[in-house]
Structure formats: C-alpha cells, structure tokens
Design a protein around this ligand. Structure first.
Ligand code: 2AM
Length: 192
C-alpha cells in the first residue's frame, strides 16, 4: 500500500482491442515453452505501453501533472504504433519480463519525452533510466534457468493510432494490479 494520502500511478498508452488480440495470440505461441508456467501473464484489460512510471505520488501532484500533460502532449502529433517482435527484458540471459516491441521508436519516444517534461514541470524527479518502449505480456515469478530463446515466436504486426495518453492509478492485488483512469490527455491533431 502506498503511504497515507499517496497513490501509485503511471502514464501510459492504452492499447487497442486489435493489439490485445495480437498479444493474446503471441502468448498462445509461447505456451509450449518450458518456462511458460513460470510467467504471470498480464490480463488483457491491463495491457498498456508504459510511458513513465511515477511510483507513489500525492493526489495534488496528479492534478498538476494532468495540467502539464495537457499542454505538452498536445504538441506531439498523433502517430501510428505497430507491434514488432517479442523480447525479453532486461535481457534473454536474465529475463524478468516478456514483452512485445514496437516498430519505429521515434514517435513514441517523442511522446515519452513530452511526458517526462510534464513530470518535471509538475515538480517530479527526472527519470534516469532510458526509455525502452514495449508492451509487457508477462513477468517471471522466478527467473528461468539459463538463457531463454524466443526465436521463431512472433507477434502479428498490428498497428493502432495513438491519439491520447492516460494517467493511471495502480492498486496492487495478489490477483494482478487493478488500474483506474485518473486523466486522459489528447495528442495534437495538427489542427489549431
Ligand atoms: P512494464 O509493464 O513495462 O514493466 C505499472 O506498474 C507499470 O509501470 C508497469 O506496467 C511497468 O511497466 C511500469 N513500471 C516501470 N517501473 C516500475 C517499477 N519500478 N515498479 C512497478 N512498475 C513499474
């Protein structure tokens, strides 16, 4: 539980039903692998692309952050996001997470930078870790023995249009986190 008065939050892209279907199919492709039973798979409704994890923050910070996001995210043009490949994070030798990668990091990285600028403007700490866009399919309960091999395992190259970023609250639960939406901010359409 976060300390009194705080909530656990992050900024993300909510993914389309077509992307959820593609991720479910990719997960099906992994089911026969020896370590598949050691993975806690993310429920379809919880799938998202994290732009910035915030940790435990004050409610007042969230209000200020949405205000900053509205200004900065509106300057990022709407873009297409396509899935490409399955990856193990942080590496195939010591995987903690199985994720789908995205094709062309540039637009989503631009959005993540705008989000980062909003976090700092709202009074948050700057993020030290490099942004690596991915959509988590599952997390290892215990690390597998040895390197894992994802060769030949694919995810369909589905594309969605990214029109908004969402600020989500995360409530931890033994059956998987419960997410609720605190705010939505629109990307720019190029029309003033
Ligand atoms: P991930 O799925 O890319 O691993 C909500 O917890 C989201 O924030 C998760 O989906 C996770 O992204 C991301 N996140 C990043 N750093 C985190 C951390 N230290 N603890 C929990 N979640 C983190």
């Amino acid at each position: 539980m976060p300390p009194d008065g705080k909530l656990r939050a992050f900024v993300a892209i909510d993914v389309s039903p077509e992307i959820r279907d593609a991720l479910a199919a990719a997960r099906g492709e992994l089911a026969d692998l020896p370590w598949a039973g050691d993975v806690r798979w993310v429920r379809a409704e919880n799938q998202h692309l994290t732009l910035r994890f915030l940790g435990d923050v004050e409610r007042s910070f969230c209000v200020e952050l949405v205000r900053e996001l509205e200004r900065r995210v509106a300057e990022v043009p709407v873009f297409d996001l396509s899935l490409v490949g399955l990856v193990a994070f942080p590496s195939a030798r010591r995987p903690r997470v199985i994720a789908a990668g995205v094709e062309d990091d540039a637009p989503v990285t631009q959005l993540a930078r705008a989000v980062e600028a909003a976090v700092v403007a709202a009074g948050g700490e700057a993020e030290e870790r490099r942004f690596r866009p991915h959509i988590t399919l599952g997390r290892f309960r215990k690390p597998p023995r040895g390197k894992i091999d994802l060769a030949g395992r694919e995810v369909a190259p589905v594309t969605m249009s990214v029109c908004e970023a969402v600020l989500l609250r995360s409530e931890l639960d033994p059956n998987g986190a419960k997410y609720s939406t605190l705010g939505r901010v629109a990307l720019g359409t190029g029309v003033d």
